[in-house]
Design a protein around this ligand. Structure first.
Ligand code: B12
Ligand code: SF4
Length: 524
């Protein structure tokens, strides 16, 4: 049977990074089946195009995964595929939390023939076998333990995702126009892929707004160091072979949740010379450890994503995230910056203690820290989270099924001390000021003593991160952006040209010397 795994586009950004679930399920598919992957973020398709693709390829089963914010689109695509007579199985966090919605058991339209609840590593082979026999069940659920909880797959025997041979062309982040030139220059930048790797699953912290503790559980499971190192080595070999760049996103919710194990993993990466530039999520409280930060630096860590959420401790207490202390954020970021590691700092507006002016206060504080990449979202009640239940009980949900009419940056409940419109304005102001051309130039100036590649990575990342909020999906938007930020871009370009010239000169010098010796000999 031919299977298509499809992830709908998020409607905001393009092919930032492939979704791991697709590659993982592809690797877990029993032999005898062919699995094709389409990520709508990299290869946009509407309903008709997807159905045409399914027909032309002779697909017998379509698997669709989606986060809550993409689920309405996922349902539309699923409806079109089912109407064409091809069965659809859906999985991922949203349908796990709302299986009745996907199956039409809540009185609405049925969107999926089957849903896979929770982690599907062990149920996927069964789903494929049942689909091949035309006997899909409605619900696939992992085995449960004595307490009735899902038995979580151990990650000790983790499948080997064949990154070294997979066709990753749809995820190449180097703009198509620049590829031929960069390849000709032999710059090693003909391709650039950001590849997701998980080293563990689960988080015990239970922040009120987060689905992770409910979905993956509070006990943490890890892959072996060997299997992670092996995956990195294979990726590194691929980057060398195709003369491109590969960076890794360790998608664990908190890479350092068990500091002892993290240190041992990072030491093994260093020992095996398996370093690739990497990004990971680590909470601020765990970055107090100097030795850990040294190991992060030595093992290739470049950017750390920190869920800072708010600079107001009262807000942190409200969402059960007291373990993260706003008072120490500055020190943590300085500790990282001393090693040329910078942070993606994530903030949430519209918390219950937020008032008008929260953006200005937050941005002022951020600007007192080493420059990073701040991102601003709004408190969102995802289904099956303690936050959702609390707001529902208090009758505060303005749009209880907000995912069915998804509206980016428009809250689904009213915060206590501001209106939904005010929360929107605060979010807008935070993005605008944090990514203005002036702020971008200041940020690069603030790290003027850092080596060139860090400053280059910083300005490029700033351009892309701005796109999380401001639509910049076409060439015109990009040209305008580059023009507005021409000051730091031009200065870095001149510096790069200078470096390229002197490296050429250095390469030429030995030959020049040889030529001079020949000349002298001839003259003699
Ligand atoms: C990496 C990641 C991202 C990446 C993007 C995704 C990518 N390209 O990988 C980035 C950093 C961009 C991101 C952004 C956001 N993310 Co995010 N992200 C994650 C993270 C940390 C890892 C995802 C992952 O790969 N997990 C590992 C894989 C193996 O697990 P999985 O995807 O759940 O898949 C398993 C099962 O669900 C199932 N499955 C999944 N799909 C399917 C499909 C089928 C057919 C089947 C059978 C099974 C199946 O099988 C898999 C194996 O068991 C998760 C948290 C987590 N630990 O999962 C949050 C998470 C998915 N993100 C979340 C959120 C909220 C966001 C944001 C909205 C945050 C924000 N406010 O901006 C944005 C939205 C981005 C956008 N514009 O689309 C929530 C989603 C909650 C929900 N109910 O939707 C999560 C769960 C985290 C949380 N705090 O609750 N995210
Ligand atoms: S927000 Fe992060 S730390 Fe909190 S429960 Fe979710 S994954 Fe864990």
């Amino acid at each position: 049977m031919k299977i298509l795994l499809y992830n709908p586009d998020n409607g905001v950004t393009r092919n930032f990074m492939p979704h791991l679930w697709m590659f993982l399920l592809q690797a877990l598919t029993p032999p005898g089946h062919e699995v094709l992957l389409v990520d709508g973020n990299a290869r946009a398709m509407n309903e008709e195009e997807l159905v045409r693709f399914v027909r032309e390829e002779g697909i017998g089963l379509v698997g669709i995964g989606a986060m809550t914010r993409m689920v309405a689109k996922a349902y539309r695509m699923a409806d079109a595929v089912r109407a064409a007579g091809v069965p659809v199985v859906m999985g991922g966090p949203h349908v796990t939390e709302m299986p009745d919605e996907a199956l039409g058991r809540d009185g609405g339209t049925r969107h999926a023939d089957a849903v896979a609840l929770g982690e599907a590593d062990e149920t996927w082979p069964q789903i494929v076998a049942d689909a091949a026999r035309g006997e899909l069940k409605d619900v696939y659920q992992p085995e449960v333990d004595a307490k009735g909880n899902d038995r979580k797959p151990s990650l000790q025997s983790y499948p080997s995702i064949p990154w070294e041979t997979l066709d990753l062309d749809q995820f190449n982040l180097v703009p198509r126009v620049a590829r031929p030139l960069l390849e000709r220059m032999g710059s090693g930048w003909g391709t650039f892929h950001l590849v997701p790797i998980e080293t563990g699953r689960g988080c015990p912290y239970g922040c009120e707004f987060c689905t992770v503790t409910g979905f993956f559980g509070d006990s943490i499971r890890f892959r072996t160091n060997e299997s992670v190192v092996d995956e990195l080595l294979r990726l590194k070999a691929r980057a060398r072979r195709e003369r491109g760049q590969i960076a890794v996103f360790f998608i664990d919710d908190n890479l350092a949740i068990n500091i002892k194990r993290t240190k041992s993993l990072l030491r093994d990466i260093i020992k095996a010379n398996a370093q690739l530039p990497w990004v990971a999520q680590i909470s601020a409280n765990l970055l107090r450890d100097e030795e850990l930060v040294d190991l992060i630096s030595e093992s290739g860590g470049q950017w750390i994503f920190i869920g800072m959420e708010s600079i107001d401790p009262a807000n942190m207490a409200d969402v059960n995230k007291n373990f993260s202390k706003p008072g120490e954020y500055g020190a943590v970021l300085n500790r990282l910056a001393q090693r040329n590691i910078y942070a993606i700092t994530s903030f949430i507006f519209g918390m219950d203690n937020d008032t008008s002016g929260v953006a200005e206060r937050t941005v002022k504080e951020i600007n007192s820290w080493p420059p990073g990449l701040p991102v601003f979202g709004q408190l969102t009640p995802f289904p099956a989270t303690p936050l959702y239940d609390r707001l529902a009980k208090a009758g505060r949900l303005a749009r209880p099924k907000h995912w069915m009419d998804f509206a980016p940056f428009w809250m689904a409940h009213t915060p206590l001390k501001m209106t939904i419109q005010e929360a929107r304005d605060e979010t807008d102001s935070a993005w605008r000021t944090s990514y203005s051309p002036e702020r971008n130039a200041e940020a690069i100036e603030a790290i003027k003593d850092a080596p060139f590649r860090y400053r280059l990575s910083h300005i490029i990342s700033r351009m892309f991160f701005r796109g999380i909020y401001f639509p910049q999906m076409n060439k015109r938007a990009w040209a305008k952006l580059v023009f507005q930020n021409r000051k730091p871009i031009l200065s870095l370009t001149w510096e790069a040209i200078g470096m390229w010239r002197s490296s050429r000169k250095n390469k030429l010098e030995p030959q020049d010397e040889k030529a001079a010796v020949m000349d002298q000999r001839e003259a003699a």
